[in-house]
Design a protein around this ligand. Structure first.
Ligand code: FAD
Length: 230
């Protein structure tokens, strides 16, 4: 039976980033993904925005990681040769009530450590984006965009180049907790690992239950994107 130091469940952006980071060290790493490729879950179904961090309530772990991640992403993309564009973002107000909301976002962002936030007026909005109609806007210069497929695939490839194993079409169906290792039951055989990392996205509660952790319950929400022709 194969024995690894680390087994990572889930080949989304989180699992692939963890695999890449661990692959810097002298360790045997295995990533298991149930689909036929990485990035088949939420990581391939999002807007690809690097949020600056002004939407998240202050003094939370999420706010801290959001701001830190936003700062780290340009360097990470550069290392992996993934295009990243720091195009900035406008949150636009059309009436006075919405201006109050912009001010709240700005205060919140500044508490979180987001730099460069400014409330700009109509003229500057038009200069930045001539087709946008608003009376004021919150301008966030540090917001950016990237292709989430490119990032996730580059992370996975780099992890593999540095020795990590990635098994696709390999759903983890059960986990036995042994004294010295975890035994993972998959459709492609059994694997053992000393450390187990649960990055299975919307299935994270199911995986937790497999090792006896019952306290998590995920309530997924479904959304829709409308792609418009110009
Ligand atoms: C509509 C929408 C828009 C978003 N926009 C943004 C945005 O602009 N910017 C941003 O930063 N975030 C955005 N997000 C959030 C972001 O997409 C997620 O936070 C991120 O993709 C989560 O990555 P993950 O690796 O945790 O999960 P996932 O990408 O879901 O990866 C989990 C993986 O685990 C695998 N898996 C599950 N169970 C098993 C099992 N038993 N065995 C093996 N494999 C298993 C799945 O197949 C999947 O590939 C958005 C989310 C949504 C829904």
């Amino acid at each position: 039976m194969n024995i690894y130091d680390f087994a990572i469940i889930g080949g989304g952006v989180v699992g692939c980033a963890i695999a890449r980071e661990l692959a810097r060290y002298k360790a045997e790493i295995l990533l298991l993904e149930r689909e036929c490729d990485v990035c088949f879950g939420t990581s391939g179904r999002n807007s690809g925005v690097s949020h600056a961090g002004f939407y998240i309530p202050p003094n939370t772990l999420k706010a801290k990681l959001n701001v830190l991640g936003n700062r780290m992403l340009p360097t990470l993309c550069n290392e992996l040769d993934v295009p990243f564009r720091e195009i900035g973002k406008l949150v636009v107000a059309k009436n006075d009530d919405e201006i109050k909301y912009l001010e709240k976002l700005k205060r919140q962002g500044e508490k979180n450590g987001v730099v460069g936030l400014r409330i700009i007026d109509k003229e500057e909005i038009r200069e930045l984006e001539p087709r946008v109609n608003g009376i004021k806007a919150l301008y966030s210069p540090r917001s950016g965009i990237l292709d989430p497929f490119e990032l996730t695939i580059a992370l996975a490839e780099n992890a593999m180049e540095n020795g990590a194993d990635i098994m696709l079409n390999c759903e983890v169906r059960d986990i036995h907790v042994r004294e010295e290792f975890f035994e993972l039951k998959t459709e492609r055989g059994d694997f053992r690992a000393e450390y187990l990392i649960n990055s299975s996205g919307l299935s994270a509660d199911e995986i937790s239950r497999m090792v006896g952790i019952e306290k998590y319950k995920i309530y997924p929400c479904r959304g829709e994107y409308h792609v418009l022709d110009k």
